[in-house]
Design a binder for this molecule. Structure first.
Ligand SMILES: Nc1ncnc2c1ncn2[C@@H]1O[C@H](COP(=O)(O)OP(=O)(O)OP(=O)(O)O)[C@@H](O)[C@H]1O
Length: 617
């Protein structure tokens, strides 16, 4: 609501909708009688003090009729929208539920209908189903259904790629159950928000149908019908037509503005605002205030999704200039979600909160959307596992790199192109002038990853986030990319967050390791101390699962028994307890992250250390 009232369009939309709804609610009770009072002596009058919008051919006051007719107009719009929403959602979800071929047929039909003009479809349906309010409502509902079906399909497709849907599929959960349990609840909110705007459109469309004589028929009346009645006199008594026209336009614009403002305010994941985290969860390096001189200082970062899914739980992290911090943990521990939250990439309906989150000394939550984007765009570079996801296959690599300079630095095209070639050279791409003119598919996997790193270097990154950038590459190319990342971070003096599930890779590249388990940091220590100094049983288990020269190749590699709890099932106590050989009754309570020295922190009641324990938080 606060976000809604921050934009002028939100305020105007809310005010117009409030007035419309109040008129609709009380109109017939207050002005209903006056609207029906026939006075032959006052027939066809123009605007006057007594009748500001004039009178109709029976001498009825048009202003009273506009005010009293609001209820019917709004009710019809609601009904048409409800029909469109119900039918559209059904059509949108059907492809996910039906067998593949039937699903494609439905998708094809929806696509064809979306291309068909909605008003024509509404008129066609209204004429077939009989003139009058009923036919018009049905026609508009049916005309709106394809666009709502398309929206539902698009939203369903984004949810369908989520891990939990994939998991449900693997578990052979029936399709209809996946649709109703996993897909619909996650797309309900954006659909409802879109329906607010759709309400405005159906109100205007419904009035349009009545104006064309295809909708409400006398003696009933809505705003469209009043406009129809007044239109023949528009040149003589303009107010008789302008009155209902203003009502239609104001209500239509109001619902549309409110719908857009609502969608905008919900879509922006709030960063900031203190989040209550469990006792003692505090990183040694991050206090209440951002750490001085840090390129990234995050405190109590939490990411939540509906149904209590919380992949990141009160995580604190600090990265200093030139430092490479490795974020390690098994799949699903929340590493990528942490990176996405820092980069402002957590998609709706995820909500990001943090005690503070500052990049290069600037608190992200206090910046305007435009400034935040600019800061992230110029000071932070992200490299993902799949470089093709960052490169547009249809554009030349050089052009894509140059675009960063054109957009963020306002550079001219030749200068931006020259910089792109320079950056490709910097990441050791041979013959960069020629390569810049090629498309991504002409690059090898390692070269694409280099190109993405080069793209990050088009700005002046102070923070480099690399999310499993070498996983898809062969060992030799992996080494080259790791070396390059080190080089880049050293040259640019940038801090780096390197995400990996492979503790061996992390120990090769990084200065400091942060170990994550079930959304929380369980240990943080310098790489140099990893082998001898790791204290958390989970870190030790990760290290023990690494093969070395003495490993018997005939035996399977050691693995950690059991499973990490899913983000919705992390209980109150130590999340690792069920897999831990050292677990005792004490582990029912979650151990706080405890600092042993300036660089080493562990969250375990049984952490073995010879160092003096200095509890924090
Ligand atoms: N949109 C979403 N809605 C709900 N849960 C989600 C969503 N996206 C991710 N998750 C869940 O958040 C958890 C953490 O995911 P994340 O991708 O951060 O893990 P990760 O540690 O990076 O794993 P990996 O190494 O496999 O990439 C996972 O259990 C995932 O299913």
């Amino acid at each position: 609501m606060r976000h809604l009232l921050r934009t002028p369009s939100g305020v105007i939309g809310l005010a117009l909708v409030a007035v419309t709804l109040v008129i609709a609610a009380v109109g017939p009770a207050i002005w209903g009688q006056e609207a029906e009072t026939v006075n032959a002596a006052a027939a066809l009058q123009g605007s006057s003090a007594e009748h500001p919008l004039g009178t109709d051919h029976l001498g009825r006051d048009i202003l009273a009729r506009v005010l009293a007719g609001g209820q019917f107009t709004v009710a019809l719009a609601f009904l048409a929208t409800a029909i469109g929403a119900g039918l559209g959602t059904l059509l949108g979800v059907l492809p996910a539920v039906l067998p593949r071929r039937a699903g494609r047929l439905v998708t094809g039909a929806v696509n064809a209908l979306v291309a068909f003009p909605a008003l024509l479809l509404a008129m066609f349906t209204a004429v077939i189903s009989g003139l009058g309010a009923k036919g018009a409502v049905l026609g508009i509902g049916i005309a709106f259904a394809p666009s709502i079906a398309r929206l539902t399909q698009t939203l369903s497709a984004s949810v369908a790629s989520a891990d939990y849907v994939a998991a449900a599929r693997l578990l052979r959960v029936p399709r209809w159950r996946i649709a109703t349990r996993h897909v619909l609840p996650n797309i309900g909110e954006p659909i409802i928000l879109n329906l607010t705007a759709a309400l405005g459109s159906s109100l205007v469309a419904m009035s349009g149908m009545s104006f064309l004589g295809l909708g409400v028929q006398p003696p009933s009346y809505d705003w469209g019908r009043l406009l129809f009645d007044g239109f023949s006199r528009i040149y003589v008594d303009p107010m008789v037509a302008i009155g209902p026209a203003i009502a239609i336009v104001a209500a239509g614009i109001g619902f549309n503005l409110l719908g857009e403002a609502l969608a905008r305010s919900v879509a922006r994941a709030p960063v900031g605002g203190k989040q209550a985290v469990g006792k003692g969860a505090a990183m040694p390096s991050s206090g209440e205030e951002p750490v001085e001189g840090a390129v990234l200082s995050v405190k109590d970062l939490t990411v939540t999704f509906p149904d209590g899914v919380t992949p990141v739980r009160g995580l604190s992290l600090t990265i200093m200039p030139g430092e490479i911090v490795g974020l390690v943990g098994e799949s699903g521990s929340g590493k990528s979600m942490t990176a996405n939250a820092v980069g402002g990439l957590v998609a709706y309906p995820g909500v990001v909160t943090a005690g503070h989150m500052s990049l290069c000394g600037e608190e992200l939550s206090t910046l305007s959307e435009a400034k935040r984007r600019k800061l992230l765009g110029t000071s932070m570079a992200m490299v993902f596992q799949d470089p093709m996801a960052s490169l547009n296959p249809a554009l030349k690599v050089g052009g894509q790199l140059a675009e960063v300079s054109l957009v963020h630095q306002g550079a001219k095209r030749p200068a931006a192109w020259a910089r792109a070639i320079d950056r490709l050279r910097q990441v050791h791409i041979p013959d960069p002038e020629k390569r810049a003119r090629q498309h991504p598919h002409e690059f090898s996997g390692g070269m694409r990853q280099r190109a993405v790193i080069a793209m990050g270097l088009m700005g002046t990154p102070r923070l480099l986030i690399a999310d499993e950038p070498t996983t898809a590459l062969d060992v030799t190319v992996q080494r080259q990319i790791l070396k390059l990342l080190r080089e880049v971070s050293a040259e640019a003096g940038a801090g780096a967050l390197f995400i990996s599930h492979d503790i061996a890779v992390v120990s090769e590249l990084c200065d400091r390791v942060v170990v994550m388990y079930a959304g929380r940091v369980v240990e943080e220590l310098p790489v140099a101390d990893l082998v001898d100094g790791a204290s958390h049983p989970y870190t030790k288990a990760l290290l023990a699962s690494l093969p070395d020269m003495e490993t018997d190749r005939d035996k399977p590699l050691a693995s950690i028994p059991g499973h990490q709890p899913s983000p919705a099932d992390v209980g109150e106590g130590c999340a690792f307890a069920s897999r831990c050989a050292l677990a005792t009754d004490r582990c029912v309570e979650r151990p706080p992250l405890t600092r042993y020295d300036a660089a080493h922190a562990v969250a375990c009641w049984h952490a073995e250390t010879r160092k003096a324990e200095v509890a924090i938080g």
